[in-house]
Design a protein around this ligand. Structure first.
Ligand SMILES: [Zn+2]
Length: 232
């Protein structure tokens, strides 16, 4: 019921992507919101890049690296730019993809599965990569989404310091909201470099998380989705 209330509000008044995420966090039982400070976007990207450059230079100096070296000189700024403009750009709601829907003209009313969506994120506990694949399915409630937009939604939420569980929920909740249906499933399988390249150094394990909503809570629908992911 609560979820219908959000959808209604969305249709009535255009609101910012940040407000959408606030509403998701307030209205869903789970709390998938990435914790950012209120003043997180008071400074510009350029100011952030300058500040991170300085901090990263200090980290490199503390490690004993010679910042005069040609190959290292530009690293602090390169890293800062990569953080703000690429791998953590999904922290800023202004980078949220604009999604437009189309009418389901063909009255296709079966499951649509988009699988093997490339997923690159970073774990928020170690700041090293999470690499994997995201798979999703939905059943249209009358509207359909451009397929590449699904990739963009995955990418937007992946480009944050993340934990896989929250990432899965954020993508699923966003898709439910955009597609105006509960009939959404999201499954992510990923390797965490904090597990494979350090610490326990387990290079074989991967982590699977899934969120099934609406009709996908029914075992039959869930099995159909899983069968598409692993055809025999
Ligand atoms: Zn980690």
């Amino acid at each position: 019921m609560k979820q219908n209330a959000i959808m209604l509000k969305l249709v009535q008044t255009p609101i910012s992507p940040e407000q959408v995420e606030d509403q998701i966090a307030e209205n869903f039982d789970v709390m998938p919101k990435t914790r950012v400070r209120e003043d997180a976007f008071d400074v510009t990207d350029e100011e952030k890049i300058n500040a991170i450059s300085e901090h990263f230079k200090k980290i490199m100096q503390t490690l004993g690296l010679d910042l005069e070296d040609d190959s290292l000189k530009g690293t602090p700024r390169r890293v800062a730019k990569m953080f703000v403009k690429e791998i953590f750009s999904g922290l800023n709601p202004k980078n949220k993809p604009v999604i437009s829907l189309f009418d389901n003209k063909y009255k296709y009313n079966q499951m649509l599965v988009e699988k093997n969506i490339a997923l690159y994120s970073n774990c928020e506990q170690h700041f090293v990569p999470i690499i994997g694949k995201a798979h999703m399915a939905y059943i249209s409630s009358g509207k359909v989404i451009g397929l590449s937009k699904i990739n963009r939604i995955v990418q937007y939420y992946a480009q944050r310091p993340q934990v896989q569980e929250r990432l899965t929920l954020q993508i699923a909740n966003e898709l439910k909201l955009i597609l105006q249906t509960d009939d959404v499933a999201v499954l992510i399988e990923a390797s965490h470099l904090c597990v494979s390249s350090r610490g326990i150094k387990d290079t074989d394990s991967s982590t699977v998380t899934a969120e099934y909503c609406g009709v996908f809570l029914e075992p039959e629908r869930r099995d159909e989705f899983l069968k598409y992911l692993n055809p025999k």
